[in-house]
Design a binder for this molecule. Structure first.
Ligand code: SF4
Length: 386
């Protein structure tokens, strides 16, 4: 079967010359799709990565791995994955767990909405699906936090279903295979169609895993190892010598920086005040040291005093600087200017958060905190040990 088969195409793309540009027709040329599938599978059977979740056919375990692997590298994910399954071995265990424990298990992986959605979806599965992960695509993608590529990854790996995937690695491989010379986000429907056309329906599990391995090990963002690639004969980018220039990127505005004043507020009993962020939004449900954004012309000390008054309704005295923490999120950088503070008056109120608590330095360990706040805890511990 040739790639230029009978499928209907998404609307035509325009290439740089303004001509129609179909990914699945003439661009790959006359190579048989069978050759593409077979060469990739042969390579995979020889060089596949040995990953813990590949030893499982349990859709729950595979689902957990797929969610953790979004925006996170394999070597970082492995210890989290193993501990997660120890803490929450089944969908039911996860559904019944306290959200704070779920966030604690995720602490350090970032993008915490992933953990909150896993938890919510587990509860939904227990409530409506008898605790079983669905084997139908439409049902899978209706669950919180499961998009089309995640569903494809789970259904192909767990049930060997011929459902395509299109994560970042796969996108890069396909873009290079057809030498797509526009930014891939402008050709998503076409790339999905290409992924679907290539997928071997008889070996969906292995084919999708192979595609992911190719993107992760040979077709890397920088310096792809084309001489060892099973698709080097077919790859348009390699044959044109433009593999390192693809995928094309959109020009991006520089990432903004936010200056934040953060308070480590002590009371007379030597306890520290922490607050739990609202469920919605970035880092929802996690605990943090209170504070907020500096307004134009404001000093760090002034900002901390104002934020604490507005957010918690208390008066404090701002003291010495404890630490400055730099952290980068996907769309902005933050500089946390952290100061020791002393509680003066008022009962802390959760005005802008879900909950507030006075805790000891040792008790801080029990709470899930964002990565940038973990550095503050380390600094506090170091100070206490001096
Ligand atoms: S030949 Fe090179 S650019 Fe093409 S798919 Fe293989 S590794 Fe990627």
């Amino acid at each position: 079967m040739a790639l230029s088969g009978k499928r209907s195409h998404p609307p035509a793309l325009k290439d740089s010359a303004g001509d129609d540009y179909y990914l699945t027709s003439s661009v790959i040329g006359d190579f048989s799709i069978v050759d593409l599938r077979q060469s990739l599978l042969n390579w995979y059977y020889q060089f596949s990565r040995d990953l813990p979740w590949r030893h499982s056919r349990d859709p729950y375990a595979i689902w957990v791995s797929e969610i953790m692997l979004q925006q996170t590298q394999v070597k970082t994910v492995i210890p989290y994955y193993e501990r997660w399954l120890e803490w929450f071995p089944t969908v039911e265990d996860l559904a019944m767990a306290d959200q704070q424990r779920v966030l604690k298990a995720w602490q350090g992986l970032g993008y915490y909405a992933r953990a909150r959605n896993l938890h919510l979806a587990a509860q939904e599965l227990v409530k409506h699906h008898n605790g079983k992960f669905p084997d139908q695509l439409e049902v899978a993608i209706s669950l919180p936090g499961i998009g089309r590529t995640t569903a494809g990854g789970i259904l192909s790996a767990a049930f060997n279903q011929p459902v395509p995937i299109l994560d970042g690695n796969v996108k890069r491989v396909l873009v290079r295979l057809v030498a797509l010379q526009i930014p891939p986000n402008r050709a998503i429907a076409h790339l999905w169609q290409l992924s679907e056309s290539l997928l071997d329906p008889q070996h969906a599990r292995d084919f999708n895993q192979a595609l992911m391995d190719l993107g992760a090990t040979l077709c890397t963002p920088h310096k792809p190892d084309c001489p060892h690639c099973p698709w080097k004969l077919y790859c348009q980018a390699y044959n044109l010598g433009i593999q390192s220039q693809l995928p094309m990127t959109e020009t991006r505005a520089p990432i903004p920086r936010k200056m934040i004043g953060v308070a480590v507020i002590w009371n007379d009993q030597g306890q520290i005040l922490i607050d739990r962020r609202r469920q919605s939004g970035l880092l929802g449900g996690l605990w943090e040291f209170p504070g907020g954004k500096l307004e134009p012309g404001e000093t760090v000390e002034g900002c901390i005093q104002r934020e604490i008054r507005e957010e918690l309704g208390i008066e404090i005295q701002v003291g010495d600087r404890l630490i400055t923490v730099e952290h980068t999120y996907s769309h902005f950088h933050v500089t946390l200017n952290v100061h020791h503070c002393q509680h003066i008056s008022g009962e802390p109120q959760p005005i802008e958060c879900d909950e507030v608590r006075w805790v000891t330095l040792t008790e801080l360990e029990q709470y899930p905190f964002p990565k940038a706040n973990v550095q503050i805890i380390e600094a506090l511990k170091q100070k206490a040990a001096e």
